[in-house]
Design a binder for this molecule. Structure first.
Ligand code: 5AD
Ligand code: SF4
Length: 335
């Protein structure tokens, strides 16, 4: 059978999509990029923001049109969006991030895979999240925090470390791994010609012990993604982020003192409920002080079921966009 995988969302999804493709390929099926040639189209979805959701739904609608001309075409929708909502007229709807389950649902038996030989390798270390940031849908669609057994992580690492130049440890919050600094030091201390990365970190759990390990091991990338989300304490509290701007800035200062050449990126949400023009100005001032190397800036997106969705003082959609555009412009001028 010929299959197309359309992937959306975070690095964890990239990893799942790769695993599905490898399983299907090993079983003799062929990955193609042209929908018209496919027997099955797999949508590996994201629902973190409404824009992602709408884009995916429109792509699924196109696949459904194709299916009218080609009734044997199967449409599979997997991942976060299918965990969140029903989608009509598709053959498989599976709200999972487990590649094995997806492959088996397609009627293909799974098997142990040969080692990855690609330049970039991804290794899951935690699944799910239970931080419940008030804007975020992830805890609802990815479930409770689960820690992957050390033996599995360690074995997978040894399989990829001689081939991969870049190895990414993945989790919604990697710092939730018990004794993360020790895991980092353990893996980064192994021989091989790799650079070790990790995604994503939560500032409340990103600590000096982790920073010391990064500083001590040259094989750990000097790129740190530390989502700030807002530069205003009032909004951080409403977001349930569990740190203050001052605490966040202290961590940045600590990072820069141990690792002067560190490259720091962040995520910022603009127009969160209750964010006044003055609160936004506070965020702008914070971002200007910190001098990030790059920032990913998003207008706040209501996700039903979350606490933030029910807050009073929702900022008008247009204003959220105006603030996001303003901040993008400020970042552009700074860099
Ligand atoms: N609205 C806007 N941005 C969001 N993010 C997560 N949930 C939302 C939401 N409801 C952003 C955060 C997170 C990134 C992956 O997506 O900044 O760090
Ligand atoms: Fe999107 Fe979050 Fe799911 Fe990743 S975990 S695909 S970012 S909703």
């Amino acid at each position: 059978m010929k299959f197309v995988i359309k992937n959306y969302g975070c690095q964890m999804n990239v990893n799942t999509a790769e695993q599905i493709a490898r399983q299907l390929t090993v079983a003799g099926h062929q990955q193609v990029t042209n929908d018209a040639l496919a027997d099955v189209i797999i949508f590996n979805t994201c629902c973190v923001r409404n824009t992602a959701e709408q884009k995916i739904l429109s792509h699924i609608a196109l696949a459904k049109q194709l299916k009218q001309k080609k009734p044997n075409l199967r449409i599979a929708v997997i991942g976060c969006l299918s965990a969140k909502r029903k989608i009509k007229g598709v053959d498989i709807l599976l709200g999972t991030d487990d590649a094995k389950q997806v492959v088996e649902k397609l009627g293909v038996p799974t098997q142990p895979l040969p080692p990855v030989t690609s330049e970039t390798a991804y290794i899951d270390i935690t699944y799910g999240c239970e931080n419940f940031c008030s804007y975020c849908i992830v805890p609802f669609v990815r479930g409770k925090l689960r820690i992957r057994p050390y033996a599995e992580i360690s074995a997978e690492f040894d399989q990829v470390k001689d081939h991969a130049q870049h190895i990414y440890l993945l989790g919604q919050n990697v710092n939730a791994y018990p004794n993360f600094p020790q895991l980092l030091a353990d893996l980064a201390g192994r021989d091989g010609n790799f650079t070790l990365h990790f995604l994503s970190s939560h500032p409340k759990d990103f600590d000096e012990a982790t920073i010391k390990v990064i500083a001590a091991y040259p094989k750990i990338a000097r790129d740190i993604h530390l989502p700030l989300q807002s530069g205003c304490d009032k909004i951080l509290r409403l977001m349930n982020r569990k740190y203050t701007v001052a605490e966040y800035m202290a961590k940045i200062a600590c990072l820069r003192s141990y690792i002067p050449d560190v490259h720091i990126t962040t995520d910022i949400i603009c127009g969160f409920p209750g964010e006044t023009a003055a609160d936004f100005a506070t965020t702008v001032a914070t971002v200007q002080k910190i001098k990030f190397n790059a920032a990913y800036i998003f207008p706040y997106s209501n996700r039903s079921g979350t606490v933030a969705d029910k807050l009073d003082d929702q900022v008008p959609f247009q204003e959220r966009k105006v603030r996001a555009t303003k901040l993008v412009e400020i970042m552009r001028k700074m860099s």
